[in-house]
Design a protein around this ligand. Structure first.
Ligand code: URA
Length: 233
């Protein structure tokens, strides 16, 4: 699907253009900074817009809408597929076994979960943990895109085939797509394996090692120290 370019992406491109033109400093007045709408208020507005959603069939089986959580000003955002049973019960993303692995991955990057933002492509649990249907994804995706635009992270990590395919707007092979940066709403986007997949493949080191290679590229993009971190995990 086509993505509208958000103001943050336009501004980023404009600043890159200024750098290309030889500028090396830009001053922003305090008035302009103060007037910047507060991301958390905008996220609250998106949550209110979702309301007690009945827009797609997933609503009939869910206990809780899992909106997403984390820092509204996060530099890094993770996007998963959809809530599982634990998330549906608690109303928070990635709180089950896959969530515990995701927490360890975040920590290995030198970050705390509270510093990033975590959301899913669909906000209601697909019954029996089946893949979300295309119509369910298309119905829910505008809310995720609105969250991305408000948070405007410096990097987005897509976890698994569904999240990556949904955000890139096409069917993908994850093994072919992972490990390179793409762009989503003008933001660098790194596809990698879903933590549930990594748990299923647990005894084989290869998959976790590849995911860690992907995360190291993300760390480099964020100027986080990479050397010596997490290689033994
Ligand atoms: N898997 C996901 O894709 N998202 C969650 O929130 C939990 C498990």
């Amino acid at each position: 699907m086509a993505f509208c370019r958000d103001p943050a992406s336009e501004l980023r491109d404009y600043l890159c253009y200024l750098v290309d033109m030889g500028w090396d400093q830009v001053f922003v007045s305090r008035v302009a900074q103060k007037d910047r709408p507060i991301p958390s208020a905008k996220l609250t507005a998106i949550r209110e817009e979702i309301g007690d959603c009945r827009r797609c069939p997933l609503s009939s089986g869910r206990k809780t809408i899992v909106f997403g959580e984390g820092s509204p000003e996060a530099r890094l955002m993770f996007v998963g597929e959809g809530p599982g049973a634990d998330e549906d019960r608690e109303g928070r993303p990635f709180v089950g076994r896959a969530g515990q692995l995701l927490n360890r991955m975040i920590n290995a990057m030198g970050l705390d979960r509270s510093q990033v933002y975590i959301a899913n492509v669909v906000k209601c649990r697909p019954p029996g943990n089946r893949d979300p249907e295309p119509v369910e994804i298309q119905t829910c995706l505008p809310f995720l895109q609105a969250q991305i635009n408000v948070i405007s992270p410096e990097v987005i990590v897509g976890l698994g085939r569904i999240a990556v395919g949904s955000l890139l707007g096409r069917k993908i092979s994850l093994t072919k797509t992972r490990g390179s940066f793409y762009y989503v709403n003008g933001i660098p986007f790194m596809p990698t394996y879903h933590p549930s997949f990594l748990l299923r493949k647990e005894p084989e080191r290869k998959w976790k090692a590849e995911a860690w290679e992907d995360l190291k590229k993300v760390m480099a993009q964020l100027d986080l120290p990479v050397d010596g971190r997490g290689d033994s995990k």
